[in-house]
Design a binder for this molecule. Structure first.
Ligand SMILES: Cc1cc2nc3c(=O)[nH]c(=O)nc-3n(C[C@H](O)[C@H](O)[C@H](O)COP(=O)(O)OP(=O)(O)OC[C@H]3O[C@@H](n4cnc5c(N)ncnc54)[C@H](O)[C@@H]3O)c2cc1C
Ligand SMILES: *[C@@H]1O[C@H](CO)[C@@H](O)[C@H](O)[C@H]1NC(C)=O
Ligand SMILES: *[C@@H]1O[C@H](CO)[C@@H](O)[C@H](O)[C@H]1NC(C)=O
Length: 560
């Protein structure tokens, strides 16, 4: 009898799954080493990469940025496939995002110097937490902030010296309080009686916290672990978006695979495996140890499965009434899955209606608006602004002069967004914008002499009447059963070790029971399995490579 080729089934056609398939298929000696297939529960490839179209523009519903081009494999593919240039404008294409207008609720424009002092404080604190301060050139002002951060850290030692683990959220607030203690006088800013200097500074600080919530997907920064933050790695260089769409990278990876290798609309319901040696699966096909049950009732046998589903799907899969794995995953796995954080981040796109006089530059004056809100419990807050808008940091055209605006949402606000009707969203956003843009705008600066009361700063159409929108599009990562969230973070109570635990193949080779059972039955890839690049597309990419290499090595060692 001719020896059967090992069958590898990859679950999920996102970045991790397709990278693994690409690697296994193209690795020279392996081209026909495996029987390979990718099964995807959805009707498209890409997973959390979902390039779409809105108002005539190409937009990203999921992954948007290449987080640092230096050394990024995603950047390399995008470059090789000429995906970084396009005739058409694309989302976030120009340096326009470098010139935000920061406005406080009620319509007070904040001068750059006032915003900058708090932004610098915030950035220094995050640099400190991420452990990048050594590499940065420090201005004398920043050095002070570092001292502040150091002081704050002594209150709560970096490596969790006490029983209470430090979160990024509590670190930031402690540092803000230390900053206020160190600033002598709290002068009142004239001309904006509802805003004291301290309140304004807090609002700018909170705006940065909200940006951080969308970066990390931690809906509440009090749940984001402080110690783990310094393990996260960023690539150096610019952060850019992909002109031809993020999907072009996915398509490039898939393009080498033969037709039919990727099967769409094949949702896996259950994975049966054999952690113990000499155990028959009772179906008379003991030679392939893994049995995959699909939602449509069909079954596939495999020697190895690479599971790339999101951490959200894994969390649901180990729940009491799911049983995605049979027998259940070992405790070290389920505990890591439970402890790690998986948050919801959503993007909202809104199409501005063109102005009555139909000029070409209708939208040209809609700024990159950064919003400094009153505290949610403040008596000064505008009661008509809905709660789910109050932690939105910005609203911005997707490129200069675009008629499409974009906002990012995190946490429960992001989940709420998924349930709202288009009308409710348009109404809530319009109400918010009018509190920031429609009044004759007063300027507020750090120096009270600079305050110019009631100084009109025209923003053209947006200044004169209520902004109108014709349609909206939002992502729905939280409720989509194929994702159940957006990306992972290290929650307080977990650590980088849990990310490593997630990456471990099963059955574990070091337990007595598993000795002799077929090795590498279930492998795990996906963004949440990468200790230093989790939450990103390149983290997913590296994880796919890692698991493909694990199998290749295994068979090369075995001399096949
Ligand atoms: C709003 C948003 C913005 C983001 N922004 C960025 C960014 O700017 N830069 C960046 O680097 N990253 C970003 N990310 C993160 C990035 O998209 C992900 O880290 C990466 O795409 C994850 O790839 P993956 O292969 O690990 O998982 P996925 O892409 O989730 O792939 C898993 C696949 O498994 C499928 N699946 C799930 N369950 C089953 C089942 N039961 N049976 C069969 N198939 C199943 C899913 O449909 C999916 O296609 C963002 C994500 C979101 C949601
Ligand atoms: C804020 O101050 C203005 C006066 O400058 C006042 O009219 C208004 O009622 C105050 N409260 C709110 C919620 O704007
Ligand atoms: C992916 O994009 C399409 C629009 O092209 C949208 O209908 C779908 O909801 C998106 N998926 C998620 C999970 O947001």
């Amino acid at each position: 009898m001719v020896a059967k080729k090992p069958r590898v089934v990859i679950i999920g056609a996102g970045m991790a799954g397709l990278t693994a398939a690409n690697k296994l298929y193209t690795s020279s000696s392996s081209n026909d080493m495996f029987e390979l297939c990718v099964v995807e529960g959805g009707t498209r490839i890409g997973g959390r990469i979902n390039t779409s179209e809105f108002g005539g523009d190409r937009i990203e519903m999921g992954a948007t940025w290449i987080h640092g081009i230096g050394g990024s494999p995603v950047h390399k593919i995008a470059q090789e496939t000429h995906s970084l240039e396009s005739e058409q404008p694309w989302e976030c294409m120009d340096g326009f995002l470098d010139e935000p207008k920061t406005i406080a609720e009620g319509g007070f424009e904040l001068t750059p110097s006032l915003v900058e002092s708090i932004s610098t404080l915030f950035k220094s604190l995050m640099d400190y937490a991420q452990g990048t301060r050594i590499e940065r050139k420090e201005s004398s002002e920043e050095v002070n902030f570092y001292k502040l951060a150091d002081k704050t850290c002594k209150i709560c030692p970096r490596n969790g010296g006490g029983p209470e683990k430090l979160s990024i959220g509590s670190f930031l607030r402690k540092a803000l309080n230390s900053y206020w203690d160190s600033v002598k006088e709290q002068e009142q800013i004239e001309g904006c009686d509802n805003w004291s200097r301290k309140l304004i500074e807090e609002a700018i600080f909170a705006m940065h916290e909200n940006i951080q919530r969308t970066y990390t997907s931690a809906g509440d920064l009090l749940t984001l672990d402080f110690a783990a933050e310094s393990e996260y790695r960023m690539f150096p260089g610019d952060e850019i978006t992909i002109a031809k769409g993020y999907l072009s990278v996915i398509e490039s990876l898939a393009s080498v695979l033969p037709h039919g290798l990727i099967q769409l609309d094949r949702k896996v319901a259950r994975i049966e495996w054999q952690p113990e040696a000499h155990q028959s699966n009772g179906h008379g096909c003991a030679d392939r140890p893994v049995r995959i049950h699909f939602c449509d009732g069909s079954i596939m046998l495999a020697d190895h499965v690479i599971v790339t589903v999101s951490l959200g799907v894994l969390k649901a899969g180990i729940g009491p009434d799911s049983g995605m794995f049979n027998p259940p995953l070992p405790t070290f796995k389920t505990e890591a899955i439970s402890r790690l954080g998986f948050g919801v981040v959503n993007k909202l796109f809104l199409q501005l209606s063109s102005r009555h006089d139909g000029r070409d530059d209708d939208y040209s004056r809609f700024p990159f608006l950064q919003m400094a809100f009153h505290r949610p419990d403040s008596e000064w807050r505008h009661k008509k602004i809905p709660w789910w808008m109050r932690r939105t940091a910005s609203l911005s055209p997707i490129y200069k002069n675009s008629g499409v605006l974009l906002s990012w949402f995190a946490g429960k606000e992001a989940l709420e967004l998924e349930t709202l009707s288009d009308e409710e969203i348009i109404d809530g956003v319009s109400t918010t914008i009018s509190s920031f843009l429609s009044q004759p705008r007063k300027q507020m600066s750090s120096n009270s002499h600079e305050v110019s009361n009631g100084k009109e700063k025209s923003l053209g159409s947006v200044g004169e009447s209520r902004v109108k929108f014709t349609k909206v599009l939002k992502s729905k990562w939280g409720n989509d059963p194929l994702f159940l969230g957006s990306y992972s973070y290290v929650a307080v109570g977990s650590s980088g070790d849990d990310l490593d635990a997630l990456a471990e193949p099963l059955p574990s080779t070091d337990t007595l029971e598993s000795a002799g059972s077929p090795p590498l039955q279930i492998l795990f890839a996906g963004e949440a399995t990468h200790r230093t690049h989790y939450s990103t597309t390149h983290g997913a990419y590296f994880s796919g490579l890692r698991e493909a290499s694990r199998l290749l090595q295994h068979y090369r060692r075995a001399g096949v």
